[in-house]
Design a protein around this ligand. Structure first.
Ligand SMILES: [Zn+2]
Length: 201
């Protein structure tokens, strides 16, 4: 799998969830998705419990305005970084194959959905009416690792169907606006596969 795709995926997961477990090249890791508040809290907790053996290396280089990833690696090491690339490098160092590329990537688990996708700039601009509100919804599909626009609605349960996929949020938004300007809107149509299966069971 391409490295850039994995980086994009982890960054999107940061926007949506509060933590996740991944497996990269067979190395499994827990990642807490932090913003600057979480990071400051961590700093205070460490200072309070400060025993002199704790060394905080590189933390002054953390950019508070960027996503912060706090990873627990299988060897117990804790890595706090802005860079998904750093995380991939650490996994490569622990992986028996020692490959710099990514042979396998799995999302094992996600925890605690954020109350709103507060970190998506586009989402905020749409919500506030700053930019055009498309008739079509768009969101990140963790199954496909792409941005999705559902263009159909399952007649049985209202599920999203006929999904179009895009590599970036901007592309998905642009297409949703284009469809809207063309006078289209999501149409109720055929039931989705899951609902059909249940219905005819
Ligand atoms: Zn359905």
């Amino acid at each position: 799998m391409e490295k850039v795709k994995v980086i994009g995926f982890v960054q999107e997961a940061w926007k949506v969830f509060q933590s996740a477990a991944f497996e990269i090249n067979g190395v499994s890791l827990q990642v807490a998705f932090w913003d600057s508040e979480d990071f400051s809290q961590y700093g205070m907790d460490v200072l309070e419990s400060m025993d002199d053996s704790v060394e905080l290396i590189g933390l002054e280089e953390i950019n508070h305005d960027e996503p912060i990833f706090c990873c627990i690696l299988p060897d117990g090491m804790q890595l706090i970084t802005n860079s998904v690339e750093d995380i991939i490098e650490q996994c490569a160092a622990l992986s028996p194959s020692h490959d710099q590329g990514i042979d396998s990537f799995k999302l094992l688990d996600v925890n605690d959905v954020r109350p709103e996708p507060m970190y998506s700039k586009l989402w905020h601009q749409v919500e506030s009416g700053e930019i055009e509100v498309p008739e079509f919804n768009f969101y990140y599909s963790f199954d496909e690792m792409k941005w999705a626009i559902p263009t159909g609605i399952c007649a049985l349960a209202g599920c999203d169907t006929k999904l179009l996929y895009f590599d970036s949020e901007q592309e998905a938004y642009d297409h949703a606006v284009k469809l809207t300007q063309d006078g289209q809107e999501p149409k109720i149509g055929e039931p989705c596969a899951a609902c059909s299966a249940e219905y005819y069971d």
